[in-house]
Write a protein that binds this ligand. Structure first.
Ligand SMILES: NC(=O)c1ccc[n+]([C@@H]2O[C@H](COP(=O)([O-])OP(=O)(O)OC[C@H]3O[C@@H](n4cnc5c(N)ncnc54)[C@H](OP(=O)(O)O)[C@@H]3O)[C@@H](O)[C@H]2O)c1
Length: 373
């Protein structure tokens, strides 16, 4: 028999997390203080899923996961029921079963509307609540300040696509939300996260910053320090989702960082404090960076966005409805430190090849050009 603590250890070992996180931080909320629920997670073995499973178990809930059994085979012990199938073609393992809530986190391709329609229609009489993990990318734009869940979302009318083109990410998620509402009116919860970061995030989009700042020396910092950032720690996101299930809260919520975002200068300072560093910062104008091929939110500048025009509210979300519904945040210092600790458990070759951010040579080249202008 695998006990809960063993599971948490083994699941996170598969993630590469256990070696670095103090178990006391994993157990910072009491076990099972809500009425236990039966939760079905569609997905569960990518980045967000294992955190979700871990936290739901920690809270005393019964967890079933449904996926193809490819991405994280063997990740969980016997405490998690594992059902095999395919979102597009085989949901038979879900037939005739009942759950208090479904958390759908695996519909993100252009097929998302169809996948959500199939699963929500099949499960509508087998569950009370369908929580769909959507995305901030559903918004038509992020020009409002502050942004709220009431802002218009993408449609084929307001943002037409060329004939025959598969739905891009934002459209697909927007239509997937509609499919969930249509199948289970009044019993859907939508959470729209921005950039999800933390231990286990294989994209390096946030990880670049703690890694780069910890390395020290002169760091190229984008903009003038006033552009906002509103990332969310994966653990804050899953704790929010499980809270919404525990309280059976329906509605549409955003899933981004603390209220109104934090200016990039503060973001950098908090990471600096979190990881410890001798770094100094040279702030480089965003237009200069763009003119030299480094685009905001592009591969070299993950996390950074300019707060004007269509993106004026990109990281200026008013999060008071979500905070009222139970969203809580870890300090950026903690997210930075624990992400770096996790990253340092990865194989040396992986650590040497950050997937995003400036290479050392490129950063030197841009700093040289900036100073010589
Ligand atoms: N990362 C971000 O910054 C970000 C931002 C906003 C929103 N989001 C959203 O967050 C959600 C979480 O993503 P995640 O990848 O971390 O979730 P996850 O649930 O941890 O992993 C994805 C799961 O989908 C399963 N899957 C893939 N294809 C499948 C299929 N055809 N049939 C059944 N299962 C299938 C995978 O298992 P198998 O491969 O074994 O099937 C895996 O378990 C996504 O919906 C994403 O759009 C992410």
């Amino acid at each position: 028999m695998v006990n809960r603590r063993d599971f948490i250890g083994s699941g996170l070992t598969a993630l590469g997390v256990a070696a670095t996180l103090d178990p006391r931080t994993l157990l910072h909320r009491p076990f099972g203080s809500a009425a236990p629920k039966k939760i079905l997670i569609l997905g569960g073995t990518g980045f967000v899923g294992p955190h979700d499973v871990r936290y739901a178990l920690e809270r005393g809930h019964e967890v079933t996961i449904f996926n193809r059994g490819r991405s994280g085979a063997g990740m969980f012990g016997k405490e998690v029921e594992q059902l095999a199938g395919d979102r597009g073609s085989d949901l038979s393992a879900l037939k005739g079963r009942k759950w208090d809530a479904v958390i759908d986190e695996s519909a993100s391709l252009s097929s998302a509307p169809e996948w959500v329609k199939l699963s929500a229609e099949m499960l509508k009489d087998s569950t009370d609540q369908y929580l769909f993990i959507s995305t901030r990318s559903v918004y038509f734009d992020t020009s409002r300040v502050p942004m709220t869940a009431a802002a218009p979302v993408l449609t084929l009318e307001n943002s037409p696509l060329p004939e025959g083109r598969p739905l891009p990410y934002g459209h697909a998620k927007a239509y997937a939300e509609k499919a969930a509402h249509a199948a289970m009116p009044g019993r859907v919860t939508v959470v729209r996260p921005g950039l999800i970061v933390g231990p286990g995030d294989d994209t390096d989009r946030f990880t670049y910053w703690p890694v780069r700042i910890a390395r020290g020396g002169e760091v190229l910092a984008p903009g003038d320090g006033t552009d906002h950032v509103q990332i969310i720690d994966v653990r804050d996101l899953v704790e929010f989702c499980v809270t919404l299930v525990e309280n059976r809260t329906y509605g549409v919520f955003n899933g981004v960082g603390p209220d109104g975002g934090q200016p990039f200068k503060q973001f950098v300072e908090r990471i600096h404090r979190g990881v410890g560093s001798n770094a100094t910062y040279t702030w480089v104008d965003a237009d200069f960076l763009r003119a030299n091929g480094a685009n905001p939110y592009g591969r070299e500048l993950p996390v950074f966005q300019v707060m004007k025009g269509r993106t004026a509210g990109f990281a200026r979300f008013d999060m008071s409805p979500e905070i009222k519904a139970g969203l809580k945040y870890r300090p950026t210092e903690v997210t930075a430190r624990e992400t770096l600790e996790w990253f340092r458990t990865l194989p040396a070759e992986r650590q040497a090849g950050l997937k995003t951010g400036f290479t050392a040579e490129r950063e030197r080249e841009l700093l040289g050009k900036w100073k010589a202008r």
